[in-house]
Design a protein around this ligand. Structure first.
Ligand SMILES: Cc1cc2nc3c(=O)[nH]c(=O)nc-3n(C[C@H](O)[C@H](O)[C@H](O)COP(=O)(O)OP(=O)(O)OC[C@H]3O[C@@H](n4cnc5c(N)ncnc54)[C@H](O)[C@@H]3O)c2cc1C
Length: 494
């Protein structure tokens, strides 16, 4: 067996979270081994956020062009998928090649190892024949993979995950989408705008079931206007594939399509990480972490793996905390680098800590040893990039009521706002505010509209900083912006 090689930190999985941690610790002067079995950067740049948003950009251009007929004369649009597929291949993913990303990491001083990393006892990680002993810690950032529900016949069929949907070069004539969450709706709308006959099948009684019911209604209406068939409250119980097309069978009904895209959820594969060798239960759905991302002493986790929210911005936010905490831990560890090395690393640490400190709560961060920021998800923003966009932060009305909060709700329709009325074609949307009447602050908000995700930023600040309602009411909102509707919603709070 190979002798373990002593390094400062080992990072397993270089998705957005792991890559950020590994790169920043390497830049701070630590010896960092980053292990990735597939592509450095993970899901977001190759099969997630980036290519899907390129697809959405193209699909929205088609929709805007079609709106010319209502606003500015006549326009004919001939959708063509070829430039979209080319852009994803060439600009977004380098044909799914991570050479640039690997060089980005090694350029920061990191050491890259391609392979599957696995814990191998306290402080040790094995990858193939190599074993690394981490002096200061191990960071797990292995993310999640698509998971399919246990529907009879599904596992044996050639269904698509987000990977095939993103890599598609030629569009099918028809597409069944199993799952009406954010990813399902975004992709459904894109494909529909390029002429695919799309059917969304959702088990819950509404799409975007985790968001406000009003958001579900607007999103469903928008997709229907694009020609998407939406079937909610339908629990698929069998899938069949005859070599040419798929049929999804549910009680009393069935749906057929050339392709089937399954976007019903994702799963962390904890059993692959060797957690048992360090006494951590691998049978959980996600890997629980504390507010400094500790799994246990010397082990941190970051990103989707932690189950705190499957967003790139969560992974990056957590990465900032991990970097600060690892450096803090190193500073406190006896037998660390010599004084001069420590001093230069500490300089980096202070910079890192203060860089992320502004976005943390609970004591924030001063760069003083021991003052590592704690994670705070109260103002976690979520954006579904459908057209209109659905932006949300904090609690929904139902969640707030379930917590026994003295809730006030303020709602305003965007179409009747000055900007909505001016905008006309494609102006569907609303602002809904959830306030804690006792505290006099917003604890949740939803912003749906042509720029719903951008308008959300003001509401995120309000929730994050607990800005008093009296202050929000006495702000000046630029006329005629979409965000000015926030003022109307504040006025409607009751
Ligand atoms: C279609 C789609 C659209 C999305 N759009 C958005 C969006 O608009 N905005 C947003 O914020 N989020 C979006 N997301 C979510 C976002 O992609 C994830 O939240 C993000 O990628 C999580 O990063 P991560 O580092 O936790 O994990 P991942 O990106 O999953 O990376 C984990 C990495 O670890 C590697 N790995 C796993 N196990 C091992 C091992 N044992 N050894 C070595 N390597 C290993 C994997 O190969 C992978 O590269 C989208 C996701 C999808 C699927």
């Amino acid at each position: 067996m190979a002798e373990p090689e002593l390094v400062d930190v080992v990072v397993v999985g270089l998705g957005v979270g792991g890559e950020e941690v590994a790169g920043r610790l390497a830049e701070a002067g630590l010896t960092v081994v980053g292990i990735e079995r597939d592509l450095v950067g993970g899901e977001c740049p190759y099969w997630g956020c980036v290519p899907s948003k390129m697809m959405i950009r193209a699909a929205n251009a088609i929709a805007e062009a079609r709106r010319v007929n209502e606003l500015a004369g006549a326009a004919q649009v001939q959708p063509d998928w070829a430039p979209v597929a080319k852009r994803i291949r060439e600009e977004a993913t380098d044909t799914w090649d991570d050479t640039v990303a690997v060089e980005r990491f090694t350029g920061k001083g990191g050491r890259f190892v391609r392979g599957s990393g696995r814990l191998d006892g306290p402080g040790r990680v094995r990858v193939g024949d190599q074993v690394f002993q981490a002096r200061y810690g191990i960071v797990l950032g292995s993310g999640t993979r698509p998971s399919a529900p246990p529907i009879d016949g599904l596992a044996d069929s050639p269904y698509w995950t987000n990977h095939q949907a993103i890599e598609v070069e030629e569009l099918p004539g028809s597409l069944l989408v199993l799952g009406g969450g954010a990813i399902g709706l975004e992709l459904a709308q894109v494909f529909a705008r390029f002429g695919v006959q799309v059917t969304v099948v959702e088990a819950a009684d509404r799409v975007l079931a985790i968001e406000e019911p009003e958001a579900s209604e607007v999103a469903a209406a928008a997709l229907r206007a694009d020609g998407v068939t939406i079937a909610t409250g339908v629990r698929a119980n069998r899938v069949s594939h005859d070599g040419r097309s798929f049929t999804v069978h549910a009680d009393g009904t069935e749906f057929t399509g050339d392709r089937l895209l399954v976007v019903t959820g994702r799963k962390a594969h904890l059993d692959e990480l060797g957690l048992d060798t360090v006494g951590v239960d691998a049978s959980q759905r996600y890997l629980p972490v504390d507010e400094r991302m500790h799994v246990r002493d010397g082990i941190w986790a970051v990103g989707d793996l932690t189950g705190e929210g499957a967003f790139t911005h969560i992974a990056m936010y957590q990465a900032g905390i991990v970097v600060a905490d690892v450096l803090d831990h190193m500073r406190r560890t006896k037998g660390g680098p010599d004084a001069s090395g420590t001093a230069s690393v500490l300089g980096g640490a202070a910079g890192v800590v203060s860089a992320v400190g502004g976005s943390m709560s609970a004591g924030g961060s001063t760069g003083v040893p021991g003052s590592v920021p704690r994670a705070d998800y109260r103002a976690l923003p979520r954006v579904t990039f459908t057209d209109p966009e659905v932006g949300a932060v904090g609690l929904t009305e139902q969640q707030a009521r379930e917590r026994g909060i003295n809730v006030q709700v303020g709602y305003t329709d965007l179409t009747s706002s000055a900007r909505g009325w001016i905008h006309k074609a494609g102006n569907a949307g609303f602002i809904k505010l959830i306030a804690d009447a006792d505290q006099g602050v917003l604890i949740g908000a939803t912003s749906v509209g042509p720029a719903g995700g951008e308008v959300l930023s003001a509401l995120v600040v309000a929730v994050h900083a607990a800005v008093p309602l009296s202050q929000l009411r006495h702000m000046i909102y630029a006329y005629p912006t979409f965000h000015r509707a926030i003022e109307d919603a504040l006025r409607a709070l009751k």
